[in-house]
Ligand binder design. Structure first.
Ligand code: SF4
Ligand code: SF4
Length: 347
């Protein structure tokens, strides 16, 4: 908590911080993934599963995470498919010793059940990706044969039923020109089970897919989510964030609010999307020195007009540029808690 407050205030104090003060660290446990989602793309447009993915073993990952912990109170463990890391349980079981304030774990889902005891020990938010409930389309997109979507849904149910679970479950979807009408059903599914919901546009490289700009179905979807959010539904992002996503509106990016680290400890500067590696956190434990190395190699943090509408880049930039929106979010969450917001029908 202390890091988060100090880091937030330091971003408010200066637009071009000399030191690295992340509000969130994102660690890619592995880029490997057995699925083949057609929209999968890193900042350069390459699907994660095509990236070379050397990995660290469990103890090495934990040593790296201990260095990340010095700078950030909050962690996202992602991939690729993080469940495909051979030591994922070892990492999750020992993670509580690092005392992150909150850990988010993202997964596509199949094969999750055996890992649930380790997930339950260490994770606050379990994010499961579901982009359509159309079985044929989902199975085709996942590229692992028939029954893939069914396995995802079974695993989500198993995660929800896990005895005494302390993690929230969030369904995360990517809006593409080919699933916009499916996503209402995905939202209703999440809602009916009391799961949270997060929606992002498909990115091609760092830009939202061109067919989403001005797309009436895409806008309608976000309008619905904004209305649901105002009712107190557990939808990721502030109302302002959802409006920016709906309009794919330009924003002033604050990339150093996120610390993005590759499977082997490379630190991206200023952001994963631009793909520059400033240094390696296993070789150089001083994050501020890595930042200076990045500035020397690639120049000062850019005033970026790239507008990549990734959840991290947009949500944290808006939180820094418009702090009052956090108060609105707090008010909505309080309202939802007081009203005991549940999984009833949407308006
Ligand atoms: S599950 Fe994620 S990492 Fe794997 S192919 Fe799909 S989008 Fe890419
Ligand atoms: S908009 Fe932000 S996250 Fe995207 S490329 Fe620019 S600096 Fe990086």
């Amino acid at each position: 908590m202390l890091n988060a407050v100090r880091n937030y205030l330091s971003h408010l104090a200066t637009r071009r911080p000399e030191t690295w003060r992340p509000l969130l660290a994102v660690y890619y446990l592995t880029y490997a993934c057995e699925f083949r989602c057609p929209f999968c793309s890193d900042g350069s447009g390459t699907p994660y599963h095509r990236l070379p993915s050397p990995i660290l073993d469990g103890p090495e990952v934990l040593a790296l995470l201990a260095r990340i912990r010095r700078a950030s109170d909050h962690l996202v463990l992602t991939g690729g498919e993080p469940l495909s890391h051979p030591d994922v349980d070892h990492v999750l079981e020992h993670l509580p010793a690092l005392r992150f304030d909150g850990v988010v774990f993202t997964t596509r889902g199949p094969g999750l059940s055996p890992h649930l005891p380790a997930v339950a020990r260490s994770i606050r938010k379990l994010v499961i990706s579901i982009d359509t409930l159309d079985e044929r389309k989902a199975d085709r997109w996942l590229g692992r044969g028939t029954g893939s979507l069914r396995r995802v849904l079974e695993e989500a149910d198993a995660a929800a039923r896990y005895p005494g679970r302390s993690y929230e479950i969030v369904v995360s979807s990517v809006a593409t020109p080919d699933n916009l009408t499916d996503l209402l059903g995905v939202y209703d599914y999440a809602r009916s089970r009391g799961f949270g919901f997060a929606l992002c546009p498909q990115l091609r490289g760092v830009k939202a897919h061109e067919e989403l700009h001005g797309n009436a179905d895409y806008r309608r979807l976000y309008d619905l989510l904004i209305a649901e959010k105002r009712r107190g539904a557990p939808i990721f992002g502030t109302v302002q964030y959802l409006e920016y996503m709906r309009d794919l509106r330009k924003f002033d990016c604050r990339p150093s609010a996120v610390l993005a680290v590759s499977p082997t400890g490379d630190v991206f500067y200023p952001c994963l999307e631009l793909g520059h590696v400033a240094g390696n956190l296993r070789q150089e434990p001083d994050l501020d020195r890595i930042r200076r190395m990045g500035q020397d190699k690639f120049g000062p943090e850019p005033s970026c007009d790239t507008r990549c509408h990734s959840a991290c880049a947009l949500s944290l930039s808006l939180a820094l540029n418009h702090p009052h929106t956090l108060l609105h979010e707090l008010a909505l969450r309080t309202k939802a808690a007081v009203a005991g917001f549940g999984g009833g029908p949407r308006s």
